[in-house]
Ligand binder design. Structure first.
Ligand SMILES: [Zn+2]
Length: 591
C-alpha cells in the first residue's frame, strides 16, 4: 500500500516533484508512513462545492497524503426565502455524499441583518443552527475590521460587542473559530515596485490597505482581535496565517503564551516564517507544539490557488503536489536557503526547521484531532473472517493476527487529547463461532489488583476504587442492535487476566450477572514494556442472528492506565464517562 502510493506520486509528477525533495530525504521516515496512511489533516482549505472541484481536491490530497481537509468556506446557514437549503447545507451535502469522511465543513456568518437591533442574538442563533447542521467550526474572513460596514458606512470592528454573544456561543458549543484579521504588513506600505509584496499587489490592487482614510492601522486590527480572545477564554480561536502575524514570530510567541485559548495555523505563511532564523522558529514550534496546526490555504475553484496567486498561468495538479512536498520539506528537513512554495509572495528563499517526529505528528494531525474531536468521521474497524478457530496464547505475532489491520486507541476519552506515548492497537477477527479481539498496550508501570480474582467478578458499587475498572484495564463495548443503542455488552480485562463481562440492558441499567462464556489470555512483556490481551467472545452471546460478511455492529474500545493517568478511547466520548453509545464507532464484518 505504502510503496504503491509513493510510486504514484513520483509517476504523476515526474521530475518536478523529485526536485522538490532533497536527495537525502528520500529515505523512510515516520512522516512518510503517516502520509501513506493519509493521517495528515489540512486545517485550512477553500474548496468550491461542485463535483469537479471536490474530486480535483481529493485527487491532490490523495497524492499528497492528506486524509481530511477542513473547508473553511462552508457558507452561511441562511435558508433561501422559499425555504431552500442554505449554502452550508448544500456544500456539506455534496461533500459528504461524494467523498464521505474527507471534508469537514466550517460555517460562515451572514451579516445581512447587522443593523437590526437584535443582530447579536441572531448571530448566536446562526451558530446554533450551524452546530445543529453539523458545522465543525466557524470561520471569519478578513472582511471583519477591514471591509464590512454598517448601514451608516462605518467599519464593523473585530471587537464589536454585538458579536460577543456569537463568540460565546461558539465556546459553549465547542465550535472552534478560525479567524483571519489584517494581512501581510507590506500591504500597508507604499504601493510601488519597492514594496516587497509588489507582485501580489500589482495583480490585486484591492489588496493594498495603505489608504489611512479607509483602513485601520495594521497593529490596531491585531490588538482588536486580542481583546476578543481575552474576553472569551472558553472559546478556541485558531488565528490563521500563523497567528495573523507571520512577520513577528516574537509577537506570536507572546500572544500564544498569554492566551491559552489561542492556536495558530500555518496557512500560506511558510514563505514568510521560513525567512526568519530557523533556530528561533524551531524553538517557537517546540515551545508551542500543542498549539500550532498544519494548514495550507490550498484552494480549488476554476483555478487552483497554492498559498496565493496573481495573473500568472494557473497551477497544474503536479504543481499542487510540489506545493505540498515543499510544506513537508520545510517542516521535516534542515535544508537551508531554498525556493519557497508560493513565489508570488516574494523573491526570497527559506530555511527549514526539521521538527522531531513527536512534534511533527502534533502539527500534522494530533492537535487537529483534539480540536475537531466532536466532528471527525466515525472510526471503523474491520473484522476479517477466519475459517478455523484458534487457541489464545497472548501472542499477536501469528500470521492470522498480523493480517488483521489494527486501529489505534490513543486519544483521551474526555477531551480528545492525543497521548501518542500510550498508543494502543486493537485488532479484530471473526469465525462462524466467535469474535476475536486483540489489544497491544505499551506501559511504564502496571497498576493491578493483587492477587487477581480469577474466579469471580470484582464489582463494588459502594466503595470507590474497588472495582476492576479502577485499575489498569482494556475494554470493549459492543452493541449489535442499531434500533436500541443503549443496549450493549461490556468486556474488561486487566493485565493479570482478571476480567469482567456485563450486559448494559438499557443504559444506565447494568446486568453484572450476565455471562458471555468468553475466553481471555493476557501476556505482559516486562522487557518490551508492553502488554497484550486476546478476547474470544461467542457470537451467540452478543446477537441472536449469526453475523454475515457485510454486517456492521457498534463498538468503542477503551484503556485505563493509572500510572500515566491515561483514560483512552478509540472514539473519544468527550464526557467524563465511557458510556456514550452515540460515540461508538463501527465494527464491520468482512470476508
Ligand atoms: Zn484562507
Amino acid at each position: 500500500m505504502r510503496s504503491l502510493l509513493l510510486s504514484t506520486i513520483i509517476l504523476a509528477t515526474g521530475a518536478t516533484l523529485q526536485s522538490a525533495f532533497p536527495a537525502e530525504w528520500q529515505e523512510s521516515s515516520p512522516a512518510k508512513e503517516w502520509r501513506s496512511e493519509h493521517r495528515a489533516i489540512d486545517l485550512h482549505q477553500h474548496i468550491d462545492g461542485t463535483p469537479e472541484h471536490l474530486s480535483r481536491a481529493v485527487k491532490i490530497m490523495d497524492a499528497a497524503g492528506i486524509g481530511i481537509a477542513v473547508n473553511l468556506s462552508g457558507g452561511t446557514v441562511t435558508r433561501g426565502k422559499d425555504g431552500s437549503p442554505s449554502e452550508f447545507e448544500r456544500n456539506q451535502q455534496i461533500a459528504d455524499q461524494l467523498f464521505p469522511g474527507r471534508f469537514i465543513e466550517y460555517m460562515n456568518l451572514d451579516y445581512a441583518n447587522w443593523d437590526q437591533p437584535d443582530f447579536s442574538a441572531q448571530a448566536a442563533k446562526q451558530i446554533e443552527e450551524g452546530h445543529r447542521l453539523g458545522a465543525a467550526g466557524f470561520k471569519e474572513f478578513k472582511q471583519l475590521g477591514l471591509y464590512l460596514r454598517d448601514g451608516n458606512g462605518e467599519l464593523i470592528h473585530v471587537d464589536d460587542p454585538k458579536l460577543d454573544a456569537m463568540w460565546q456561543r461558539c465556546g459553549e458549543l465547542s465550535m472552534p473559530v478560525s479567524i483571519h484579521v489584517a494581512d501581510p504588513k507590506a500591504f500597508w506600505l507604499p504601493y510601488d515596485e519597492k514594496n516587497e509584496r509588489w507582485e501580489e499587489l500589482r495583480d490585486h490592487k484591492s489588496w493594498w490597505l495603505g489608504d489611512t482614510h479607509k483602513f485601520p492601522a495594521w497593529k490596531d486590527l491585531l490588538e482588536s482581535l486580542n481583546r476578543v480572545i481575552a474576553r472569551h477564554p472558553k472559546t478556541t480561536f485558531v488565528c490563521v496565517h500563523f497567528g495573523n502575524n507571520a512577520e513577528e514570530p516574537e509577537w506570536v510567541d507572546a500572544a500564544l503564551s498569554k492566551y491559552p485559548n489561542m492556536l495558530a495555523d500555518l496557512a500560506a505563511r511558510i514563505p514568510e516564517i521560513g525567512r526568519h532564523d530557523p533556530a528561533t522558529i524551531r524553538k517557537l514550534f517546540l515551545k508551542h507544539q500543542d498549539r500550532i496546526l498544519f494548514a495550507t490555504d490550498f484552494q480549488v475553484y476554476d483555478r487552483l490557488i497554492l498559498g496565493s496567486s496573481g495573473n500568472e498561468p494557473p497551477p497544474t495538479d503536479a504543481d499542487a503536489e510540489v506545493f505540498y512536498a515543499k510544506e513537508w520539506r520545510w517542516l521535516e528537513t534542515r535544508d537551508r536557503n531554498w525556493e519557497h512554495m508560493t513565489p508570488i509572495q516574494g523573491n526570497w528563499t527559506i530555511s527549514s526547521i526539521g521538527l522531531p517526529a513527536p512534534v511533527l505528528r502534533k502539527v500534522y494531525f494530533d492537535n487537529a484531532r483534539k480540536l475537531l474531536a466532536r466532528s471527525l468521521p466515525t472510526p471503523a474497524i474491520e473484522a476479517r473472517h477466519i475459517s478455523q478457530d484458534f487457541d489464545l496464547n497472548g501472542c499477536l505475532l501469528s500470521p492470522l493476527w498480523q493480517t488483521a489491520r489494527p486501529v489505534r486507541l490513543e486519544q483521551a476519552s474526555y477531551d480528545g487529547t492525543v497521548r501518542q506515548e500510550l498508543s494502543t492497537t486493537v485488532r479484530a477477527l471473526w469465525s462462524d463461532q466467535f469474535l476475536y479481539l486483540a489489544f497491544e498496550a505499551p506501559f511504564t508501570r502496571l497498576t493491578v489488583f493483587e492477587p487477581p480474582n480469577l474466579a469471580g467478578k470484582r464489582v463494588n458499587l459502594q466503595t470507590d476504587g474497588a472495582s476492576l475498572w479502577d485499575r489498569d484495564v482494556v475494554e470493549a463495548f459492543i452493541g449489535t442492535d442499531r434500533q436500541n443503542p443503549r443496549h450493549y455488552a461490556e468486556f474488561e480485562v486487566a493485565p493479570t487476566n482478571e476480567r469482567l463481562d456485563l450486559m448494559v440492558k438499557d443504559l444506565p441499567e447494568k446486568d453484572f450477572g450476565w455471562n458471555s462464556q468468553w475466553t481471555t489470555v493476557t501476556r505482559v512483556d516486562a522487557k518490551a514494556k508492553s502488554w497484550t490481551c486476546e478476547m474470544r467472545v461467542p457470537l451467540k452471546a452478543l446477537s441472536a442472528d449469526t453475523p454475515a460478511a457485510g454486517i456492521q455492529w457498534q463498538a468503542n474500545f477503551y484503556r485505563c492506565d493509572r500510572a500515566q493517568r491515561g483514560f483512552l478511547a478509540w472514539n473519544p466520548t468527550l464526557q467524563g464517562t465511557f458510556h456514550v453509545p452515540e460515540r461508538f464507532g463501527t465494527l464491520r464484518f468482512i470476508e
